[in-house]
Design a protein around this ligand. Structure first.
Ligand code: FES
Ligand code: FE2
Length: 410
């Protein structure tokens, strides 16, 4: 075995072991970084529409600090914070019908950064048309404001999801921007304090379900989830899927399909294996920076059902050995009844890939990282990454994620 695999010596002693160094190319999200440039070729939700108002707010997305607001005509705008005049932050700006006015000398910028007034200059600024506040395109859909932070000549269409648009009478959408993770969701934490990729990889790790969520201390899903599944992974047009087959004690066969979609989307079936059918929600894991991310979740709510109640049921704590909400659990309870949060958070603020020992049950993680590296290279070579479309606004993406009951003979 290599020195790296065993520690500092042939006995694997801890003394002199290598420092845990983050995997740079995959974990960095800032401008000019390999993964950051890949992520910038897609649209990302940056806020819930309902929270974007005429009061400017700070957002941090892909390592960039930005100012988000809604002008008097109802259009959202996402601008660089430092005013093009002399650098005061537009966080202190005043929003009016046409845009945001800097507090210092009153320059007015519209939602695309055009300077449309310089009130201290003769005639309101003869040359104001030469000034542009750096801006990013935004669009609203599914109750969220999406931003495109890549090169303008590469702006793709904002993808539409059939599961979120194919609404029959009485059906609604429930949208939530939140920061908890699966079991253990908790609105009290504003950002998730570790690298987004740890969360995305968790979705392609079906073997943690029987261990962490079922056999460790308490049944967090259903007892049937404790059976080791037979899993196959495959690349799709949009990312990676896994299909986990399980046989229940009554002989029932369930096929559970989970998907990750580039660059950071998650489609996961209901945690209750007996809730069958295609998944009803789409979730985005949006990097705030290298060490923090935020979640957005949109769910298709059947007629007569309450979206908040469904969300609570699927994403909030259930029996884990304690009835307390995750946020009220003691340190002792966190130790005894850990969830995804404890598992991922304790990997570190950025996981160290070089110190891992990936084995056959990690094949999904390996496939995901390989595809990420490959797509980073596609972008570096001037190409378009998977899932990016410049075509019709009316194309729909389909999800194959879900729990499916199989016939006994299958
Ligand atoms: S610094 Fe913004 S108007 Fe002068
Ligand atoms: Fe999990």
């Amino acid at each position: 075995m290599s020195k790296r695999a065993t520690g500092s010596n042939e006995h694997g002693g801890a003394y002199g072991r290598p420092l845990r160094v983050p995997d740079g190319p995959l974990s960095k999200v800032g401008p000019g970084t390999p993964c950051g440039e890949l992520l910038r070729r897609y649209w990302h939700p940056v806020a819930l529409s309902a929270k974007v108002i005429d009061r400017p707010q700070k957002v941090r997305i892909l390592g960039e600090d930005l100012i988000l607001f809604r002008d008097g005509k109802g259009k959202p705008g996402l601008l660089a914070p430092h005013c093009a005049h002399r650098g005061t932050s537009l966080y202190y700006g005043k929003v009016d019908e046409h845009g945001i006015r800097c507090c210092y000398h009153g320059w007015l910028f519209d939602v695309e950064g055009r300077c449309i007034d310089q009130p201290c200059e003769p005639g309101g600024g003869q040359n104001k048309g030469l000034v542009r506040q750096p801006w990013y395109p935004v669009e609203e859909r599914y109750g969220m404001v999406f931003a495109y932070m890549g090169p303008l000549n590469k702006k793709p269409v904002l993808p539409r999801w059939r599961v979120l648009e194919d609404l029959q009478e009485g059906e609604t959408l429930f949208v939530h921007g939140y920061t908890g993770i699966g079991v253990g969701a908790d609105d009290t934490i504003e950002v998730i304090p570790f690298n987004w990729l740890q969360n995305w990889e968790n979705i392609m790790d079906p073997f943690h379900v029987p261990m962490l969520h079922t056999r460790h201390r308490a049944i967090q899903y259903t007892a049937a989830a404790g059976n080791l599944p037979e899993v196959t992974f495959k690349y799709t047009d949009l990312g990676v899927n896994y299909v986990a087959h399980r046989v229940g004690s009554d002989g029932t066969k369930v096929e559970r399909v989970s998907s990750v979609v580039f660059p950071n989307l998650v489609l996961v079936p209901d945690q209750q294996l007996d809730v069958t059918g295609p998944t009803r929600y789409v979730r985005w894991l949006v990097p705030a920076d290298d060490e923090n991310h935020i979640l957005f979740h949109v769910m298709h709510v059947p007629a007569g059902m309450d979206g908040q109640a469904m969300f609570d049921l699927s994403s909030r704590p259930r029996a884990m050995g304690t009835d307390k909400p995750w946020s009220e659990m003691t340190e002792d309870e966190h130790q005894r009844f850990p969830t995804d949060w404890e598992a991922m958070h304790s990997q570190g603020s950025i996981a160290c890939h070089a110190a891992e020992h990936l084995v056959s049950s990690d094949v999904g993680i390996g496939m995901l990282r390989r595809l990420l590296r490959q797509q980073i290279k596609v972008v570096e070579d001037g190409g378009d990454p998977i899932g990016v479309s410049y075509g019709s606004e009316d194309e729909y993406l389909d999800s194959y994620a879900g729990n499916y009951l199989m016939a006994a003979s299958e």
